[in-house]
Write a protein that binds this ligand. Sequence first.
Ligand SMILES: [Zn+2]
Length: 187
Amino acid sequence: MTPEQVRALLEDSGALQKGHFRLSSGRHSDLYVQKFRVFERPDATRALGAALADLFDFAAVVSPAVGAVVLGFSVALARGARSVFAERVHGELKLRRGFTLGAGERVLVVEDVVTTGASAREVVELAKGWGADVVGVGALLDRSEGEVELGAPLSSLLRLEATSWEPEACPLCAAGTPLEDPGSRRL
Ligand SMILES: [Zn+2]
């Protein structure tokens, strides 16, 4: 899939919305990402997973729960690989449920959206702690500003330039565009 096709798929499903949004950080943005609008569509998620699987050579996928589990499953399905996920236990990502990663196993970390990359980096470290050979981080969206150091090479299906402003500096406020609060709608 080309980045243009990925963007069209995200927009058509409502996962990528254009407008004027108040983010949970308090900043204003002209884009809002609600990834589960696309992950609730298995056909679309299967296509995205296959596109990500094509970018790497791996035998197992590990994803941070909950957000990336569906995408990770889809990537693993496309390759016939194992799919495991990491969960937070007292604030730290761990493998539970009897999941393991093998020493030297070629492992792909799958993340839905990389912004600061903190969760992806933590999963990379977790996998390395099991002795796995981490081949990379595959992400649906890369929203990072500049280079993020994840401990493994990042490839994404779509790179979105971060577009957010402090409210005082927001050009959409200046233009009088009504502000939406997707956080409150989500509740
Ligand atoms: Zn604004």
